[in-house]
Design a protein around this ligand. Sequence first.
Ligand code: SF4
Length: 489
Amino acid sequence: MKIVIIENPRPLSIEHYNDVANAPLSASLNSGYALAVARRAGWDVGYLDLSASHQSEQTMAGQIIAQGADVILVHWVYSWGHEATVRAVLARVKREQNVMIGAFGLFPTLSRSRLPEYAPQLDFIIVGEFEQTLDDLLRSRENGDRPMAVPGLAHRETTYAARDVIDDLTWLPVPDDVGANCDYTTMNIAASRGCFGECSFCFISGFYSCSRRRERSVSSLEAEIEARLQRRRIDQLYFIDPTFIGHGATQRDRVAAISGIARSAAIPFGFETRVDTVDKRLFNLLAKNGASSVFLGIESGCDSVLRRINKKTTTRQISRAVHCIQESGIPLTIGFIMFEPDSTMAELAENYDFLEDLGLLSDHELTVNLLYHNQIVLYGSESWNRFEKAGRLLLDENLPFEAGYRFKHVAVARVCRTMRLMASGYFQGMERLRGKGIRQVDDAAINGVMKEAFRECIGIAENSSEQYYHHREELFLADLHSLLADSKG
Ligand code: SF4
């Protein structure tokens, strides 16, 4: 029997350029794990990556049908407004082939109460952590025509029963290296799953249905690195764990041991971690062992906002962690939610000063991400329920499972709009320059105009007329545009 794993079409447009940051990085390994689980269960496997496809629905459906699979499993992440295309492709496949179609991943998990109605071609949805459920499903499918009642499987003919997360992660096979991952010289890998944090905007706990972090054994990780290094050449490892480091001395020792493995293989590595796990001695060791990047989700420079989003960290902890990383010399990138939906103008100003004091607004690539980040609201998430109840959800008929929200303060919405336009202008301009092979830009001037726009907008957004505000906004956009247009190769 054969299963084919499909990446749903989701060509990225400039409007969604920044939204990618909302997707948990762990999704990049989902298809690789699904393929490896299916092969271990004795099935033939196929893989089709339609994520960047602009082909017609007919062509995509034809490619899927040509796989001749008994089960089609769609790794449906986001669709960036292409939901109807995914549905149409599945409908064509269903019309022309008698095949069982399912979906797995973050999006089907969150939207499982509405997705079967939207895409009735789906026979089942695997909810949350999928490997054990998929293994059970494939083994039971070999014994009969329809899926049996498998925990974790949402299916029209059976009552849904939740499945516990996998306790022993060494049960997992080595994931296949497939899709867009293989275009990069960085290899994504997971040393743990889940997070003990409960940040209100995050999907990790919702996906796993728990706030528990589970680590795999260091020896199984080492074996995976060895096996995957034989498949392809890479120049960096990236640990996609929601928080690579846990709390306490044992966790620090574990991470030190993992960094030792990377060092022995002479491969630099990057990772993400929580502010409250940053330790000076450990980071100095990680730097020595080849740490080449760290992503820190600091989210805000205001304690009031950190409390609102349930981050369970303070600005003092953030400053200490950022300084510690800066001193270690490991390049730092930051996750930041400048425009939290209930933000006040005073909080925006506080955020700006905080970032400036930490020296984080000196590089335009980082500045643009810090001064504008779009928090998207996904159907089925806590934020969706909250904004819907408060009458603040902004629906768009082209995006059936995504929404915006109404800011609590109109002036904050104004500044957010300006920074969204600045960020889009920046991304589009940089993309154009890259397309022309131009690499040299006036870094300081571009960074300066982004910062100046933000500073001036928070100064005038509350009290100026729409006409005057709009006029200033246009001037900043024009400045940015001409700086990018003046760049030479
Ligand atoms: S610390 Fe990061 S991964 Fe953990 S819940 Fe918060 S945002 Fe999510």
